[in-house]
Write a protein of this length. Structure first.
Length: 213
C-alpha cells in the first residue's frame, strides 16, 4: 500500500491534514457500501473529504456525492457516528513512509472523539512520535532475539548431550533444524535491535540540530 492522500480538517481556522478517515466508520456502522471507486494507488478510498472542529464537535463539511451519501441532509453534518482518535499532521514531514499514513510530521495533534464530540486533545512533537515508534521496534527486536537465543541454547544442549540418541535420528534432524532456524532468527533480531538503536541516536541528533536552527 502506498502513501495515501489525506482528508483535510479545519481547526481554529487553520487547514490541516487529517491522517485517518472518519467517513469509513460511517460506512461500517451503517452497513452501507462506499459509492466511491479506487482513485489510484495514492487514493484507494476514492475520495478526499473536508472536516472541521467547531464548538467542540466534528463536522463533515465537504465530500463528493454528498447528496447520494446523505439524501435527507445537507452539509455540514455533525459526525455523530464517529468515536475514536483523530490524528492531525502539522508542519513539514520529518520522516516519509511510503505506506498509508505512516509518515510523521513535525507536530502531531490527537483528538479523542466520542459520538462526534471532542473529549480530549494532546499534541506531540514529531520526534517524540518517531522515538516512541522506534522504541517499540527496539523492544520487539529484543524479545525476538532473546527467545531465539534461548531456543538455540536449548537445541544445542540437546544435540551435544546425546539426549535424543535413544529416541531416533528423526528427532536429531528436527532439533538441528530448530537450532539453525533459531540462529537465523536471532541474527535478524539482533540486527533489528542494532538498527533501532542507530535510528534512535539519529532522531536525537536531528532533534538537537532542529532546536539549534
Amino acid at each position: 500500500m502506498t502513501a495515501q492522500m489525506p482528508d483535510l480538517i479545519i481547526v481554529g481556522g487553520e487547514e490541516l491534514l487529517l491522517l485517518c478517515n472518519p467517513l469509513d466508520h460511517y460506512f461500517r456502522i451503517t452497513g452501507r457500501p462506499s459509492p466511491f471507486r479506487n482513485g489510484g494507488t495514492a487514493l484507494w478510498r476514492g475520495y478526499v473529504a473536508t472536516w472541521s472542529i467547531d464548538d467542540g464537535r466534528l463536522w463533515l463539511t465537504d465530500v463528493p456525492n454528498a447528496a447520494q451519501l446523505f439524501p435527507d441532509r445537507s452539509l455540514p453534518i455533525p459526525a455523530t457516528w464517529y468515536t475514536g482518535t483523530l490524528r492531525i499532521g502539522r508542519g513539514d514531514i520529518l520522516e516519509y513512509v511510503h505506506m498509508g499514513y505512516g509518515s510523521v510530521h513535525a507536530q502531531e495533534e490527537y483528538l479523542e472523539v466520542q459520538a462526534g464530540r471532542v473529549v480530549a486533545r494532546h499534541i506531540m512533537d514529531g520526534y517524540d512520535v518517531l522515538r516512541h515508534r522506534e522504541e517499540r521496534s527496539l523492544r520487539s527486536a529484543r524479545r525476538v532475539a532473546g527467545w531465539a537465543g534461548v531456543i538455540a541454547v536449548v537445541s544445542g544442549v540437546v544435540l551435544r548431550g546425546g539426549v535424543i540418541a535413544t529416541i531416533g535420528s528423526w528427532l536429531r534432524w528436527v532439533t538441528a533444524g530448530a537450532l539453525a532456524l533459531a540462529l537465523v532468527v536471532f541474527g535478524f533480531g539482533l540486527q533489528g535491535y542494532r538498527t533501532s538503536r542507530r535510528t534512535l541516536r539519529r532522531y536525537e541528533r536531528q532533534r538537537r540540530e532542529s532546536a539549534a536552527a
